[in-house]
Design a protein around this ligand. Structure first.
Ligand SMILES: [Zn+2]
Length: 339
């Protein structure tokens, strides 16, 4: 252990005491795409003793440009990302425990996934899951580190429940479906992933080793292409926050979270966004036109990509044909419509 972690132990703020804390630590990484894979590799190399990785998706060739844990053979085999990640991470560090969970993270499983962990890292690609993580972490008093990256821009914030503002203190309402760019509509370059993950995982190392004074305490925004780095200082938690002040954990509530349904016998899934929207279909059609065949009328837009046919209505409800798997359908929805 001493040789493997020797350079990290030499780093004053960690030292051997910090290294021992890392070895005893348990971390949940939600989502194992670009950000999640980068977090997982850093924490595996750093010697975090237990890492649980949850992801609902499979490796595809379009992932390889930025999702650094995966290889061509993972894409050819269509391996679940959590499994492919675990295989690779076990080669990097066989001294730690890695648990791969292939699942859609939702209200029914989030609290079980976090309950035995010291810290949660956001590696997701959608706000729905982030608000769910926020509810679960505030309720269970577990710190989590928000992170997102699209195009050449990224944002991150560290949440220590009841001490610092939570996600909902800052972003009170979830953005309307279809209004936020996603990696599948706006693209993304690899360096912004590494930059945001570098900040998130450094914050993780600080928390796990007890270096709380070193946390950045800000909403940090980085654009690696525009050379723009900024920190918006955080104040106190919002005294009216639904989540951390009023303890109204609505994303953990099964009734409001129930938003997808299998359409029986049609090989299709209906997705109903938690918050109805009034989508601008011509604008969405313009965004999606390079990704597949798009047809649009006054009432709906239809995108065909390979076997999948995505139909989006103006209220942001969608029907995804070509699958009877809710997790796969939610993934398609998050990719092309967003949120
Ligand atoms: Zn709050």
């Amino acid at each position: 252990m001493t040789e493997r972690y020797s350079r990290q132990i030499l780093f004053d703020s960690i030292g051997s005491a910090g290294q021992e804390k890392l070895v005893m630590s348990r971390v949940l990484i939600v989502g194992c795409g670009a950000l999640g894979a980068a977090h997982a590799e850093t924490l595996t190399r750093a010697g975090v003793g237990f890492i649980r990785i949850v992801d609902r998706d499979f490796v595809e060739f379009s992932n390889l440009q930025r999702q650094t844990l995966f290889s061509e053979s993972d894409a050819l085999e269509k391996l679940p990302k959590a499994i492919a990640a675990k295989n690779r991470l076990a080669e990097i560090n066989s001294e730690i425990e890695i648990e791969a969970v292939v699942a859609d993270v939702n209200f029914s499983n989030i609290e079980t996934l976090i309950e035995d962990c010291d810290l949660v890292l956001d590696g997701t690609d959608n706000f729905q899951t982030r608000y769910l993580i926020n509810d679960a972490c505030v309720k269970n008093n577990i710190s989590w580190i928000y992170g997102a990256a699209v195009s050449s821009y990224g944002v991150t914030m560290t949440i220590q429940p009841n001490q610092t503002p939570c996600l909902r203190c800052i972003f009170e309402e979830m953005p309307n479906a279809g209004t936020s760019p996603t990696c599948d509509t706006s693209g993304v370059i690899q360096p912004i992933i590494n930059s945001i993950s570098a900040v998130q995982t450094t914050e993780a190392l600080k928390i796990l080793t007890g270096n709380f004074d070193a946390l950045h305490n800000s909403l940090m925004q980085i654009d690696v292409w525009q050379n723009d780095w900024r920190k918006i200082k955080l104040g106190a938690p919002n005294a009216d926050c639904q989540t951390c002040a009023r303890k109204n954990f609505e994303f953990l509530d099964a009734e409001s979270a129930e938003f997808s349904a299998v359409l029986c016998g049609r090989d299709a899934i209906q997705i109903v966004p938690p918050k109805p929207a009034n989508l601008d279909l011509p604008t969405l059609a313009e965004t999606l036109k390079n990704l597949g065949a798009v047809k649009q009328n006054e009432y709906l837009l239809r995108l065909t990509v390979g076997e999948i046919e995505l139909t989006v209505f103006r209220d942001a409800r969608a029907i995804i044909r070509g699958t009877d798997d809710v997790a796969a359908a939610r993934s398609v929805y998050a990719k092309y419509v967003g949120v």
